[in-house]
Design a protein around this ligand. Structure first.
Ligand code: FES
Length: 499
């Protein structure tokens, strides 16, 4: 299994498991950037806050990003202006800038995270994309961003032009989050790890229930997991999960300091970062829908080749992958859970995890404290994305496309018998005539699981690079022994006793 540069160059704080019954003003489910930033804002506003995380606060997707802090937007300001509105583009632009400012302020006040201001460059290696880059520059400028069109991005390889976004940011995401956790504890916020939420109930008061029988009563609940663990119909089926890959290599003095993202499909992103282990060049990209590939290690090889062709021969020191969640219109969902009054959700940040996570946390903190936030309507999870209907339909084709063949055929069977499974690997095999997810651990012991994803019934597939079982329908992921790693599934894969 891979390990990110961030985890390898920081030490995680320890957490205890939530047990018993308790109450708070706000319970936050999920301790990534959104949950911790919301906890910070709400604790500062005088609220009694409890944070619970299925793994540990800071151990989820926030530590698997590359933390580009940029106001350049995946969906593109040109597209947002045309398909949603110019006002929407301006709101996204100013929220992104303001999120970077907040992260800088907080990083400096905590004295952690090595925050640096650098420029960001959306560049192209293809003459065919120059016109669309010029349009993106015009739309970004109209949205209020300080940016310029330049004939060449400052990279050590040929490119045909770029939009230069001024004064963006970069930092070490986990050094920042760990310092934030320490500060939250100092200010009375209670944080728990290994605490899996199985039920969230809206009301006066709300309730959060955990798998160990734990129960917390609260005035408000914020669900800030990568994919919300609630609202199967109105929320989970409107989200698309992608795997994205990143590698780190020792940086040279000549590597540029800025943030870089190209226009290829799937795209690449590049930056450098100083850590306790030295300075590294980080290269990411190679995104694909979760659960649609088994031989995923090839993406690290592709990134390594991409990097060495452009920056010279270097050894790869770290490799990791993360889960990216998209919505039909490309904007996050942040606000009241559809149908609820006191339960809030945030998800769907695409490639802007830290800026949109921070924006969502600020928006939700405003709603909880009863203050106005200009993006409440734009990011509302209740919005109806009529202009993104086509993407909603095509994005959801994975479900019917997989469900019936998965149930009725041998389409995913990848080994003839369990004997063919090497140590540390998983395969779908037929055991007693039934499709089974079989994993052989490093000691040689065999573990058998149902292939059926407990979310909505598609078959999981083995992900070789991450040693996980991934579902292609809505992106749930499970560790080799079947425990949930990423929602929307809340239950583990069913274990099968060998006969
Ligand atoms: Fe929905 Fe598996 S994630 S069926």
């Amino acid at each position: 299994m891979s390990r990110s540069l961030w985890f390898s160059s920081t030490e995680s704080p320890a957490f205890t498991r939530f047990e018993g019954h308790d109450s708070a003003d706000v319970v936050i489910v999920g301790g990534g950037i959104t949950g911790l930033a919301a906890a910070d804002l709400l604790t500062a506003a005088g609220k009694k806050v409890i944070v619970v995380d299925m793994l540990r606060p800071g151990a989820g997707e926030s530590g698997h990003t590359t933390a580009h802090l940029t106001s350049a937007f995946d969906r593109g300001y040109d597209t947002i202006s045309r398909k949603i509105s110019r006002e929407a583009a301006s709101l996204i632009a100013s929220a992104s800038e303001s999120a970077i400012d907040w992260l800088e302020r907080r990083s400096r006040s905590l004295g952690a995270g090595r925050f640096e201001r650098v420029d960001g460059w959306l560049y192209t290696e293809s003459e065919d994309d120059v016109e669309s880059l010029r349009r993106e520059h015009a739309a970004s400028e109209e949205a209020g961003l300080r940016c310029s069109f330049v004939e060449r991005a400052p990279l050590p390889f040929g490119n045909r032009g770029a939009v230069q976004y001024h004064d963006q940011g970069k930092f070490h995401p986990l050094e920042f989050l760990h310092a934030l956790i320490a500060d939250l504890r100092k200010n009375g916020c209670r944080l728990f790890g290994d605490s899996k939420v199985v039920k969230v109930e809206d009301g006066r008061p709300c309730f959060v229930e955990l798998d160990n029988g734990g129960r917390i009563e609260a005035t408000d609940v914020v669900v800030a997991t990568n994919v919300p663990v609630i609202n199967r119909i109105l929320l989970q089926t409107r989200l698309y999960a992608y795997r994205t890959y990143a590698i780190a290599l020792p940086a040279s003095n000549d590597d540029p300091a800025g943030l870089f993202f190209d226009t290829m499909s799937p795209y690449h992103y590049i930056r450098t970062q100083e850590t306790s282990e030295g300075r590294f060049l980080i290269v990411g990209g190679e995104d694909h829908r979760t659960g649609t590939e088994t031989e995923t290690a090839v993406h690290f090889e592709n990134l390594h080749r991409y990097a060495t062709e452009r920056f010279g021969e270097r050894r790869m020191t770290h490799q990791w992958s993360g889960q990216v969640i998209e919505t039909p219109d490309g904007l996050p969902y942040a606000g009241r859970n559809p149908g609820a009054e006191h339960v809030f959700v945030a998800t769907g940040y695409a490639g802007q995890g830290f800026t949109m996570g921070t924006t969502s946390a600020r928006l939700i903190a405003s709603l909880v404290t009863g203050e106005f936030h200009p993006m409440e309507k734009l990011l509302s999870p209740k919005r109806i994305e009529l202009r993104a209907l086509k993407r909603f339909i095509t994005g959801n084709l994975e479900y019917p496309r997989h469900l019936l063949p998965d149930r009725l055929t041998n389409v995913n069977v990848s080994a003839d018998s369990v004997d063919a499974i090497p140590k540390g690997e998983g395969r779908i095999v037929k055991v007693d005539g039934k499709k089974t997810a079989a994993y052989r651990d490093d000691s040689g012991a065999l573990h058998l699981l149902s292939t059926i994803c407990p979310h909505l019934g598609c078959d999981v597939r083995w992900n070789q690079a991450e040693a996980s079982w991934d579902c292609p329908c809505h992106g749930s992921r499970f560790d080799p022994l079947g425990s949930v790693r990423n929602g929307p599934a809340r239950r583990d894969l069913e274990k099968i006793e060998p006969s």
